[in-house]
Each structure stands twice: as structure tokens, then as C-alpha cells.
Ligand binder design. Structure first.
Ligand code: FDA
Length: 305
């Protein structure tokens, strides 16, 4: 049943027609609940609200799989503008981005050019940019680009997914770059040839990766809503004498607010992933696929004024 509903929402997430309808009519339903609005400007008050509550933010301009070079250039300009606004408004925020929004599926030259523009601005302004990880067919190229760029730029980080068999080796391969890595379980539907299918195997590998990255002394972002994983990371760090400055917890905006607040009270760093943009529909469907209980919350949102 769980797998069925997961597949159903992943299928809906790719429906262009519904995406179009949702973009036009549905933003009221999700603004301030799971996204910050349709533009970076609209997201600013939500970033400030999180900062006031003691939490950092990473913003993400929603929209992926762009197949038109001009749109990728607009995206790049938009991200650079967001980096500048973060600095101007003195916001405690990073930027997350997806390579398929910047031309990964068009050409490697284009995505590299766009990324270099963004990272030049990020280094100048001192704002971290995280390259999100997409599905496994794009993993190798994403990590290669990350490694190439990390050699030239300070403010770039990426994501490792615990459901992939390759991830432990990927972490080893990158250690010489002293990377800031966000660890996640993985959000896409993957084949058994590349990824663990059972939750317990993904969880075991997630614990292994948390331990490995914390042991490396490189900065670790533990991005999960799973209390058992949060608790594992806390205990592991305590046992090994790893300071609270060496890692942070990351959660999606609108999810597990109470847990976020408790962690802040306990002196842990917490960063909230806050998406914005009119292309929120696919993002919303993927969240439903991960946790159908979010449906209740979405329906409640729909009936609110
Ligand atoms: P999981 O889904 O394994 O659930 C475990 C338990 O946690 C549940 O049984 C429940 O108790 C609790 N729980 C989970 N979600 C909850 C919720 N919404 N509300 C209440 N309780 C909940 N993926 C990817 O492939 N590439 C990426 O770049 C990123 N980036 C990213 C950034 C950030 C900040 C986060 C938090 C997540 C991602 N992800 C991601 C998504 C990630 O891979 C994963 O799909 C989701 O976080 C769901 O897995 P969890 O570890 O949160 O819990």
C-alpha cells in the first residue's frame, strides 16, 4: 500500500497538465506552509522568521529538467540576484540548486558556465551554494562537476544519498576536497541494480555515512525528519567528542516544526530548506510520496482562506 501511494504521487509529480493548473491556481494552498511564495522577494519574510527563531535557511528556486538554454540563463541570473539579496538583507541563508535547472540535460558546457557564474558570485558574497542530488542517472556527472568546481571555489557543497550503493565510496573519493556534504536518504525511485530498496538497508547505510562524514572532520549536514537518525547523529557526535559546530541538521520547511525547535533549544544548528517559485507542484507531490500523512495537512491548507 505504501509503495503504491509512493508510486502514485511520483507519477502525479511528472504530470505536465496538472503542473500547469497547479502553478496557476494553487499557490495560496502551499505558500507559507511548504513554500515561501513564487519569488525570492516573497520568501524573504519567511527566511527572516526562521532566522528569528534561531534557524538558518537554504532557499531553492523550484523547477527542474529545463530544456531551453535561455531559461537556464534566466535561472542563473535569478540565483545570482538571490545571493546578492541574501547579503544585502543580511539573511542567514544558503542557496540550493538543481543542475537540471541549469542545463545539465542540454550540455555540460552550459551547466558548467552557469555554475561558474553562480559560484563566482557565491565566493564574492560569502554565501554557500549546495548542489542538490537528483536521480542516479545524473549522479556521476553531478559529482564530477562538484569535484572540478570545488577545486576552484570555496562556497560549494553537494549531497550524498544513502539509498545508493555507491555513496560510501563517493564520500571516500571526495574527502581530499574537505567537502561540506549534505547527507540524505534519497527521494527518487531507483532500480535495485543501483539502490537499496528496503528501508532498513537505507537507514543502516545512512547511519554508516553519518559516522563516516562526522569522523572525517568535514562539515556535515544531516538532512532528515527521522528522529532515530537525528538521535543517532547526536549520540555519535557526543561519544566521539565532535563539537556541535561541525554539523547541522536540515529539514524541509513546514515539516517537523517541533523537532526543529527542540534541536535549537538543545544548542544544535538547524537549517530549513525553503523552496520558492511557481513550479512547486512536482516538489509537493514528491513530499506526498515520501509521507502520505502530509495529505491531511495539505487538505487542511486547501480549505483555509
Ligand atoms: P523517512 O521518509 O525515512 O521517514 C522516517 C520517519 O521519519 C517516519 O517514519 C516519520 O517518523 C519521520 N518523518 C519523515 N518525514 C516526516 C514528516 N514530513 N513529518 C513528520 N515525520 C516525518 N533527496 C534527494 O534525493 N536529493 C536531495 O538533494 C535532497 N535534499 C534534501 C534536503 C533536505 C533539507 C531534506 C530534509 C531532504 C532532502 N532530500 C533530498 C529528501 C530525502 O532524500 C528524503 O527523501 C526525505 O528527507 C525523507 O526521508 P527522511 O529521512 O526525512 O525520513
Amino acid at each position: 500500500m505504501e509503495a503504491l501511494s509512493r508510486n502514485f504521487f511520483l507519477y502525479l509529480s511528472k504530470n505536465q497538465q496538472l503542473n500547469k493548473l497547479a502553478s496557476q491556481y494553487g499557490i495560496k494552498m502551499v505558500k507559507g506552509k511548504i513554500v515561501g511564495g513564487v519569488s525570492f522577494d516573497q520568501a524573504i519574510p519567511f527566511i527572516q522568521e526562521q532566522n528569528k527563531a534561531g534557524m538558518s535557511v537554504t532557499v531553492d528556486h523550484l523547477g527542474e529538467y529545463v530544456d531551453d538554454p535561455l531559461t537556464t540563463l534566466e535561472r542563473t541570473r535569478g540565483i545570482v540576484a538571490a545571493l546578492e539579496m541574501i547579503k544585502e538583507e543580511n539573511l542567514d541563508a544558503h542557496v540550493s540548486l538543481k543542475l537540471t535547472a541549469l542545463g545539465l540535460d542540454i550540455s555540460e558546457e552550459l551547466v558548467r558556465l552557469n555554475l561558474r557564474r553562480i559560484l563566482t558570485a557565491a565566493d564574492r558574497l560569502g554565501v554557500m551554494v549546495t548542489i542538490d542530488m537528483e536521480d542516479s542517472t545524473r549522479c556521476e556527472q553531478t559529482l564530477n562537476l562538484f569535484q572540478e568546481l570545488r577545486a576552484d571555489y570555496q562556497h560549494v557543497s553537494t549531497v550524498i544519498q544513502a539509498y545508493l550503493y555507491r555513496s560510501s565510496e563517493d564520500l571516500d573519493r571526495m574527502q581530499h576536497l574537505q567537502p561540506f556534504v549534505r547527507l540524505v536518504k534519497g527521494a527518487y525511485k531507483e532500480r535495485i541494480s543501483v539502490a537499496f530498496q528496503e528501508k532498513r538497508d537505507v537507514d543502516a547505510n545512512y547511519r554508516k555515512l553519518i559516522a563516516k562524514q562526522l569522523d572525517s572532520g568535514n562539515y556535515t549536514a544531516i538532512a532528515t525528519h527521522d528522529e532515530r537518525m537525528v538521535s543517532f547523529a547526536k549520540h555519535y557526535a557526543l561519544e566521539k567528542g565532535i563539537g556541535k559546530d561541525n554539523f547541522e541538521f536540515q529539514m524541509l520547511y513546514g515539516m517537523r516544526k517541533q523537532l526543529q525547535e527542540e534541536l535549537v533549544k538543545q544548542g544544535y544548528k538547524v537549517r530549513i530548506y525553503l523552496p520558492y517559485g511557481d513550479d512547486w507542484y512536482g516538489y509537493f507531490m514528491r513530499r506526498l510520496a515520501e509521507r502520505p500523512a502530509n495529505i491531511a495537512f495539505a487538505l487542511k491548507g486547501m480549505t483555509k482562506k
